[in-house]
Design a binder for this molecule. Structure first.
Ligand SMILES: Cc1cc2nc3c(=O)[nH]c(=O)nc-3n(C[C@H](O)[C@H](O)[C@H](O)COP(=O)(O)OP(=O)(O)OC[C@H]3O[C@@H](n4cnc5c(N)ncnc54)[C@H](O)[C@@H]3O)c2cc1C
Length: 417
């Protein structure tokens, strides 16, 4: 007898769980498989900022030169582990091709639409489900600049996203001090983005997964997908160590691990893991109330996660969850160039590392894979995966339902690289 296991979502991070949320009312059986625990990938210890303000793709003019300078400094925010790896070399080549004015402008336009739409969807999700207790707040983000050069670049970026409708407000150093007394007095200025938000990222994914479970979605942990078997133009079997599934639809939302899965069916997905760190503190030494980006140091600050979390660095190291103390120290000392407080009083409660899934042009892939009619990939959200969770989940559900998409998915096509 023909077995139909409905929609199988592979990967239970923010993208997979938001997809399950939007598919849970679709009327088909939905199952989420994760190789570990739900929400324990990149969605776990990240900075938890929901940031339409940040809609400038990682691939932008000038980034290659800056990256080359940083590469030789072991404490810089960017690092590539030197190694011969064909996928990495091809990715870097495509990345360099994407670092031009025209592509960046198109990227900004696409990202602003995705991120602002997603912020609206977050508000809808929170209004509809007040039991989601994850400290969600939409009270803005402050970009802080130490140098005149950084501030001038920041103003330029605010104009770029501003031309697509993202509101911002410039602040002098004096205004910064009044707004956020936890900042040092020797900074240059800031830009405040009132429409950004923040939350506890893991609490959100964990609680949303419980919500979708209560609506009938099956959540299976410790179920690593080892193989995908194609028959004709369909995924016929999904193989895990304990079970085999016969999917009606397969959705790959496996973050930085997604290329390992697409390879099983011969589809190349140019996604590199971009490692980052976060350091969480209790509140004893710091008195910060505003979410911030410490711009030159590229460090995010989120004050609502049972304390304060700092996050930063982007390293192309492959999948590697080892902790390099020099990087951790670089984040801690980098933050102290902006924040007041005595580091001796801080108690570090957690040091974490995670893998952002990054495409060469910095935009996600949300698309069907050619020649396989029941497969959708949704990954490559880079530094904006938390921000773009809801808009991605809704887009996938619209593809499954055969409905026209609420947003233009053309810039997110699988075959664009
Ligand atoms: C330091 C840092 C700070 C960040 N800060 C922010 C921020 O402030 N705002 C923001 O918007 N974004 C931020 N991000 C980015 C964000 O964390 C990611 O873009 C997002 O979490 C990606 O979500 P995902 O669901 O695609 O991947 P993940 O959360 O990594 O989930 C993928 C899941 O797939 C599972 N999986 C993998 N392979 C298999 C398999 N074969 N079978 C079954 N399951 C599998 C994994 O176990 C994992 O749970 C940050 C990232 C880092 C590293």
């Amino acid at each position: 007898m023909y077995k139909d296991d409905g929609i199988i979502i592979i990967g239970g991070g923010v993208i997979g769980i938001c997809t399950a949320y939007y598919l849970s009312s679709y009327g088909q059986k939905v199952t989420v498989l994760d190789k570990g625990k739900i929400g324990h990938g990149s969605s776990f210890g990240n900075c938890g900022l929901i940031v339409p303000s940040h809609s400038i793709p990682i691939a932008a003019p000038g980034v290659v030169l800056q990256g080359l300078k940083w590469m030789f400094d072991s404490t810089s925010p960017f690092y590539i582990k030197p190694r011969f790896n064909y996928e990495l070399i091809m990715w870097l080549w495509k990345f360099m091709k994407a670092c031009n004015y025209r592509k960046t402008q198109k990227g900004i336009e696409a990202l602003v639409k995705l991120t602002t739409e997603s912020m609206g969807l977050y508000e809808q999700i929170m209004d509809a489900n007040p039991e989601l207790d994850c400290n969600f707040r939409k009270d803005g983000l402050l970009m802080v600049y130490k140098t005149a050069e950084g501030y001038s670049l920041g103003l330029h970026e605010s104009e770029e996203v501003g031309s697509h409708g993202v509101q911002s407000q410039r602040m002098t150093n004096q205004e910064l001090q009044r707004f956020e007394p936890g900042l040092r007095g020797d900074l240059h200025g800031g830009v405040y983005y009132p429409d950004d938000g923040h939350f506890d990222p893991y609490k959100f994914v964990d609680q949303l997964s419980k919500l979708v479970k209560s609506k009938g979605v099956e959540i299976i942990e410790d179920a690593e997908v080892k193989d995908l078997i194609v028959s004709g133009n369909r995924i016929d079997k999904i193989i895990t160590p304990k079970e085999e599934y016969t999917p009606n639809w397969t959705i790959i939302t496996a973050g930085a691990w997604s290329p390992n899965l697409s390879k099983k069916i011969g589809a190349e997905l140019p996604v590199q893991p971009a490692k980052g760190y976060s350091v969480s503190y209790n509140r004893s030494g710091l008195s910060i109330k505003t979410p911030m980006l410490l711009s030159e140091a590229k460090i995010g600050v989120n004050p609502v996660i049972d304390g304060i979390r700092l996050a930063g660095t982007l390293e192309l190291t492959g999948i590697d969850s080892s902790i390099n103390q020099r990087r951790v120290q670089a984040i801690v000392s980098g933050a102290h160039e902006y924040l007041t407080g005595d580091s001796a009083k801080f108690e570090i409660t957690n040091v974490w590392t995670g893998m952002r899934p990054v495409t060469p042009d910095g935009l996600p892939v949300i698309d069907r894979i050619p020649n396989i009619e029941n497969l959708i990939v949704a990954t490559g959200h880079a530094m904006l995966g938390m921000t773009m969770g809801p808009v991605t989940g809704r887009a996938v559900s619209e593809i499954v339902a055969g409905n026209s998409s609420s947003i233009d998915l053309t810039p997110l096509k699988y075959g664009r690289f």
